[in-house]
Ligand binder design. Structure first.
Ligand SMILES: [Zn+2]
Length: 118
């Protein structure tokens, strides 16, 4: 649950960068920005996991040390990363209007956004 909130925070932060509401986030550029943030989070968490390991090992306290929280966080971040990559690919494969380039659903003859012939 906490991690899902972190994910929403990433989406919100990117939306703010683009000066828009989080609801308007679904286009490739914005999803790529979310992907970058998740990737940075992954690196941050690997670093913190490495730090914990290093400090415990140096202090001779590695036996019985619990890394399950850090591992779970990284698992969750990797899941988020895979999800966002999938979303980006789905969006890239959508048919787009030749005039306004908004993605179009189904086989309608006209663009749902600008009315141009598809
Ligand atoms: Zn259009």
């Amino acid at each position: 649950m906490g991690m899902f909130n972190d994910f929403l925070e990433n989406v919100k932060a990117v939306a703010i960068e683009f000066g828009e509401k989080a609801n308007d986030i679904y286009d490739v550029t914005k999803l790529k920005a979310v992907k970058t943030r998740i990737s940075n989070d992954i690196n941050k968490n690997y670093k913190s996991l490495g730090n914990k390991y290093y400090i415990l090992n140096k202090g001779g306290k590695l036996d019985g040390a619990d890394f399950s929280k850090e591992i779970a966080t990284l698992d969750e971040l990797h899941d988020q990363y895979d999800t966002i990559v999938k979303q980006i690919n789905e969006l890239k494969n959508l048919k787009r209007c030749p005039v306004c380039s908004k993605p179009q659903n189904g086989d309608k003859p006209f663009c749902a956004d600008c009315g141009a012939k598809l």
